[in-house]
Write a protein that binds this ligand. Structure first.
Ligand SMILES: *Cc1c(COP(=O)(O)O)cnc(C)c1O
Length: 398
């Protein structure tokens, strides 16, 4: 599709045409482990990569490729390769490039699982990990300038939605010869395109906003062909392949990505403004708020501020325990980015792997609630919060 086509149209149409069969208007779920050939020469040419086609499901599959093509188009990337989960996309990407003795620079606030890779698994392979304070651009630049193989970023972060200047960091990374990787899960391609900001690789947990219906796990990484090719090779051998059924669900979900994300951004902004006015709320974290320390950078690099916010309640864990079950229109669950509003305490969700001390060091209070705005009518979401706050306040011992 031509480059001037807008993102909403691309999310509906792109990536699918090559995979339609028998006049179907929808991409089929190709449940086949292998792909057969009567012509031995053709089989050979496909097997060695001289001819397009499929050989074995661990390597490629048409439904999976349609999903990859759609993401690639939305991120403005040359190539994309997918994975069974977002964490598989992250771990496989790191494992493709890092060898013992290498150094990686990142931030303290990455997704909990990513943080565990940095603190538990990479060090034991003798890979030096330097985690800087999130948003401290000078500190990141200083560490990157000492030399590193990868600069790994996430913006906005999970759960306190901190913002890092991707364009500035990409420049610093490239000056040091590093590969610049950005986890774009929270922003989605609708709001932020890290490749256009200078990043080499963009990663998504497709489980979240891309799929959007909390019914399929998946991950994807995209960027320049020659880089993605290497990650694909690592994945085809190591086997964290995306299942065709999951690929189909993610592909279908992505057709409404622009509508969902638009509504989620609008809802998140209104919920954030509402929460700011509540007595029980100590702090609200949302990059769309002028008071957010990353607001100006977010405004510069994002089209909208995303569907994710978090807030800290007075009374910590006790209030969280009291408040969350009172919400009628919110799943209390560990996922995010779904059509349903989803809430959860960070100590149980994104940062359950960390100790209370580790969470405190990352600036995550025990009373922090992550709020993933769904696509419901905003009046109902606000009314729901209102009745829950009133009930908690009525029951509170003054
Ligand atoms: C959920 C998430 C991941 C991990 O994705 P899975 O699909 O759960 O493996 C990575 N990064 C971010 C920002 C996430 O929210």
């Amino acid at each position: 599709m031509n480059n001037n086509t807008r993102l909403g149209t691309k999310s509906v149409w792109d990536g699918e045409k090559d995979y339609l069969v028998h006049g179907a208007t929808q991409v089929p779920v190709v449940h086949s482990v292998s792909f057969g050939y009567d012509d031995m020469d053709e089989w050979y040419e496909v097997a060695v990569g001289n001819k397009k086609g499929h050989i074995y499901g661990r390597n490629t599959n048409p439904t999976v490729q349609a999903f990859e093509d759609k993401v690639k188009s939305l991120e403005g990337a040359e190539a994309a390769t997918s994975f069974s989960t977002g964490m598989a996309a992250i771990s496989n990407t790191l494992a493709t490039f890092l060898v013992p003795g290498d150094r990686i620079v990142s931030i303290k606030d990455t997704y909990g699982g990513t943080n565990k890779i940095f603190t538990e698994f990479l060090p034991r392979l003798n890979i030096d990990v330097e985690l800087c304070d999130t948003g401290d651009h000078e500190a990141i630049e200083a560490e990157v300038a000492k030399g590193c193989k990868i600069l790994y970023l996430e913006s906005p972060t999970n759960p306190t939605v901190k913002i890092t200047d991707i364009e500035r960091m990409a420049k610093a990374g490239h000056a040091a010869g590093a590969l610049v990787v950005v986890d774009n899960t929270f922003a989605t391609p609708m709001n932020q395109n890290p490749i256009a900001l200078g990043a080499d690789l963009v990663i998504h947990s497709a489980t979240k906003f891309l799929g959007g219906h909390a019914d399929a796990l998946g991950g994807v990484v995209c960027g320049k062909e020659e880089i993605v090719e290497k990650i694909y090779h690592y994945r085809e051998i190591n086997g964290a392949t995306l299942d065709p059924m999951a690929a189909y669900l993610l592909l279908r979900g992505m057709k409404t990505l622009h509508l969902r994300v638009r509504q989620q951004c609008e809802n998140a902004m209104k919920v954030a403004r509402y929460l700011q006015k509540q007595d029980l709320v100590e702090a609200v974290y949302y990059p769309g708020l002028e008071t957010h320390p990353g607001h100006d950078i977010a405004k510069k690099q994002m089209k909208d501020f995303g569907g994710m916010l978090s807030f800290a309640v007075k009374g910590g864990v006790e209030t969280v325990r009291d408040l969350l079950p009172k919400l009628k229109y919110a799943n209390r669950a560990a996922n995010l980015g779904a059509v349903e509003t989803t809430v959860g305490p960070s100590r149980t969700t994104s940062h359950v792997e960390c100790t209370p001390e580790e969470r405190a060091a990352m600036g995550i209070p025990e009373g922090l609630i992550r709020y993933s705005a769904g696509i419901e009518d905003i009046e109902d979401l606000i009314a729901d919060l209102e009745q829950a706050f009133k009930a908690v306040e009525a029951g509170a011992v003054v």
